[in-house]
Write a protein that binds this ligand. Structure first.
Ligand SMILES: [Cu+2]
Length: 119
């Protein structure tokens, strides 16, 4: 009986780990980064794979216009790395990235960060 209880506890712990929601780990560019030349994509690493069909990464210029290519996708080799492409030669200025990530367990995490493209 004790062994069964321990096994069940083990399952609960394991399931809890698997279904933990996905946390933002880091981004490229990083928050506050100044870049030259302009990046051609935004990369965000999460603690576990997210549901890309329900998630968004938007890149806005200083006027609030969305400038990314709206092609959120997962890296072919790293399932926890999510990317969105940027147009070539984005002009100098400040850009804000707003992301919303839906985990496999449907928990939603949101955040934003900014970077600067130097003239
Ligand atoms: Cu969760």
């Amino acid at each position: 009986m004790k062994a069964v209880v321990l096994t069940l506890l083990g399952l609960v712990v394991a399931t809890g780990l698997v279904s933990a929601h996905s946390a933002f780990l880091r981004s490229q560019p990083a928050n506050g980064a100044t870049l030259k030349p302009a990046p051609n994509e935004i990369r965000i690493w999460f603690s576990e794979p997210i549901r890309t069909a329900l998630s968004t990464i938007e890149v806005h210029d200083a006027s609030g216009k969305q400038v990314d290519r709206r092609n959120l996708h997962v890296d072919e080799k790293e399932p926890t790395l999510v990317l969105v492409s940027l147009p070539e030669h984005l002009p100098p200025g400040v850009y804000r990235v707003l992301w919303s990530a839906v985990a496999q367990d449907l928990h939603v995490a949101k955040g934003s960060f900014s970077f600067h493209i130097a003239p």
